[in-house]
Design a protein around this ligand. Structure first.
Ligand code: ME8
Length: 657
């Protein structure tokens, strides 16, 4: 069996993954599943890229070690691995760049390039984009900011190791311009014009200003630049320079690297140059896919505009979500994500077109033939043009689909499949089985043939949909009575593989129609709740910068006061009126805007703290003499207030100091 190796980028576990990451992994999964269906021996790798300054800072902020921080996002509940399990991702291997075998391999790889003279020691002066972990030269900046993310960069200077990228410039240019290495072709020009033609400079490949990385073993104050560490995952995961696996020697490399467009630069320039240095074969190709945008911009946690794949998969089903992502957006270009588009695709393609085809056909086989078609139904009976048309389209489908899948165009492969599904639905209208059923004696054989043709067209489409919706297609095959041996790639190009006496089983509705209005409202609620859950549990006010001198502070007169009476101020939503015993024998009245937090009756009898030497003020026409002290903070985005209550043993009027 021919080997086929395919990879996704390895994800930064700096935050939870969003629908953009899911898109990339689902697309790669569909390609991997397609290749398996096609008879290839497939190795599909994904994983996580866990080193670097960004992770180190995030862990510090969270008060945990970097390893604890990444462990939680990768292995923890609803983490990276959970998400891929939920999305039915069929990866054969999962690499974490903190895995011991990978770390040891990176040290050997770095040393080998150093010993060869391709890595040398120098001093790094330049610009660094912390969120992207990217070094830039002045000329590469866009308006003084990081050309990838547009955020500000910082000056950086330190002793560092450099990789002789410049040495490989001509070979890289030739690779990009004269081969199909980088796809789609439209990405080549951008790389050549923006990065190669202005002159490839040597690349800084070590850092000394933080420690969360692979240490350079012969100079341990340096850690290996996170991109060198990350890119080599594609070969260390096969066992290159380690004993964990032996697949590298078994010929699994080279493979195909699927990556997002913003990291094409790393994969089409730096990655092949380092492989050249290591004298290793280059990837077969690198495909740079587009972004899922939200309101026209890239999703990112820092912008707060991420879509949670868990919410969508749980609400609409994993297969429907997988299908939507790949049916809707051309893989090589950007696309605008919206919940409306998702619901529309489910309703139109899955519920109306595919779902209806299956449920109408199986229902008719049930109603007119008791669930089992009669022998002889595969042979033409009273043929119409539409019979031949449907059959021809279904038989040609696999080739058209293959051509698109081979060029990383799953959306057009799916469009081809849906042309046949739509043709089959039209065929129902043209052949009008319900009219044939009126006279079974005269038309029963024709009716059986029509239904057989529909089941066959459905079977062929379903085979080609396996990579996109594996679970649903299993159910579909069970409903149309297609056994495993006729769910194969070969049988997708062959007509009349279903036995004539096929028995259908009317099962659950595979893709129920969605009430868009209701679903959108529920989604908005779920997304708001999810956003809220991400808010910090407790947020406190920043501390005052300005100092207050001691004498000024001492002028404030704080006293314990007892609540004799408390009532809401009429016509005010906020104000409560307190009658207080302040120890002077004369009642003190204070108004306080805390009705949102307390009901008046729960405060009577409590001992509170008030500042009593503020000048009186009028509020809603009533006088307030002083202010009650309370503690305020924010919890999950909501303001909270607690009155300061002190021990009831403290007498009214006691001074607080
Ligand atoms: O780049 N639409 O990791 P990452 C489509 N660790 N794809 C998106 C997307 C969106 N809105 N947002 C992110 C890294 N992605 C490196 C990779 S590989 C040796 C190292 C894609 O977690 C993005 O384009 O930031 C990238 O391909 C992948 O998710 C991982 O992004």
């Amino acid at each position: 069996m021919e080997k086929y190796y395919i990879t996704t980028p390895i994800y930064y576990p700096s935050d939870k993954l969003h629908i953009g990451h899911t898109y990339c992994t689902v697309a790669t999964d569909a390609i991997a599943r397609y290749k398996r269906l096609h008879g290839f021996d497939v190795m599909f790798l994904t994983g996580t890229d866990e080193h670097g300054q960004k992770i180190e800072s995030k862990a510090n902020e969270a008060g945990v070690t970097p390893q604890e921080f990444v462990d939680k996002i990768v292995e923890g509940e609803r983490g990276v691995k959970d998400l891929w399990k939920l999305m039915n991702i069929s990866n054969d291997r999962f690499i974490r760049t903190t895995d011991d075998y990978h770390v040891a391999s990176i040290q050997k790889i770095f040393k080998k390039m150093y010993e060869k003279g391709d890595i040398y020691k120098g001093a790094y002066k330049g610009k660094y984009c912390t969120p992207c972990e990217s070094f830039w030269t002045e000329s590469q900046l866009k308006d003084g900011c990081c050309p990838d993310c547009g955020r500000p960069v910082v000056d950086a200077e330190e002793e560092a190791y450099f990789f002789r990228l410049s040495k490989y410039a001509d070979r890289i240019r030739d690779l990009l311009v004269n081969t199909d290495f980088l796809q789609p072709r439209s990405r080549v020009n951008e790389m050549v014009k923006n990065f190669i033609d202005p002159g490839l400079e040597d690349l800084c490949v070590s850092r000394t200003s933080f420690t969360w990385g692979v240490p350079v073993d012969f100079d341990p104050k340096h850690v290996v630049y996170v991109w060198v560490d990350a890119l080599f995952n594609y070969v260390t995961a096969l066992g290159f320079m380690n004993d964990k696996y032996d697949d590298f020697d078994k010929g699994w490399w080279p493979g195909t690297n699927i990556v997002g467009k913003e990291i094409v630069r790393f994969h089409s320039i730096i990655w092949p140059a380092m492989l050249m240095s290591m004298e290793l074969p280059l990837p077969k190709n690198v495909f740079g896919h587009g972004w899922l945008l939200l309101d026209g911009g890239k999703m990112s946690k820092s912008k707060g505009n991420v879509v949670d794949p868990y919410i969508l998969a749980e609400k609409f089903g994993v297969d429907a979500l997988r299908f939507f992502l790949l049916r809707t957006f051309p893989f090589g270009s950007d696309g605008n994500f919206s919940n409306e588009a998702l619901i529309n695709t489910i309703n139109v393609d899955l519920a109306n077109d595919l779902g209806n085809l299956v449920s109408r056909t199986t229902a008719m086989v049930g109603k007119y033939f008791g669930g089992t078609l009669p022998a002889g139904c595969a042979a033409p009976v009273a043929p119409m043009d539409c019979d031949a048309d449907l059959k021809a389209m279904a038989q040609k489908l696999r080739d058209a689909y293959e051509a698109n899948m081979e060029t990383y165009a799953p959306h057009t492969a799916l469009a081809e499949v849906f042309k046949v599904i739509q043709r089959a639905n039209k065929y129902i209208d043209e052949t009008a089985p319900w009219a044939l059923a009126k006279d079974m004696e005269a038309n029963g054989a024709r009716l059986a043939h029509v239904l057989y043709n529909l089941l066959e067209a459905t079977r062929i489409c379903a085979i080609l949909l396996i990579p996109f919706m594996p679970e649903s297609m299993d159910k579909l095959f069970a409903q149309i009575g297609a056994a495993a041996d006729i769910q194969t790639w070969d049988s997708a190009a062959q007509w009349a593989k279903l036995p004539e006496t096929v028995t259908v089983t009317k099962g659950e509705n595979l893709f129920p129609r969605i009430d868009a209005e209701k679903a959108l409202a529920e989604l908005a609620e779920a997304e708001a709740a999810a956003k809220k859950a991400l808010l910090p549990d407790v947020e406190i006010e920043p501390y005052a910068e300005e100092k207050v001198d001691f004498d000024t502070f001492c002028k404030s007169d704080f006293r314990a006061v007892k609540v004799k009476a408390c009532e809401a101020v009429k016509k005010s939503a906020k104000l409560l009126k307190f009658t207080l015993d302040d120890g002077t024998g004369v009642d003190r009245q204070i108004l306080s805007g805390i009705h949102a937090f307390y009901e008046p009756e729960e405060l009577v009898g409590k001992t509170l703290v008030a500042i009593v030497n503020l000048p009186p003020r009028k509020m809603m026409g009533q006088e307030s003499c002083g202010m009650l002290l309370s503690a305020v903070h924010t919890e999950k985005g909501e303001e909270k207030l607690n009155l300061i209550m002190v021990d009831d043993k403290i007498p009214a009027g006691a001074k607080l100091c």
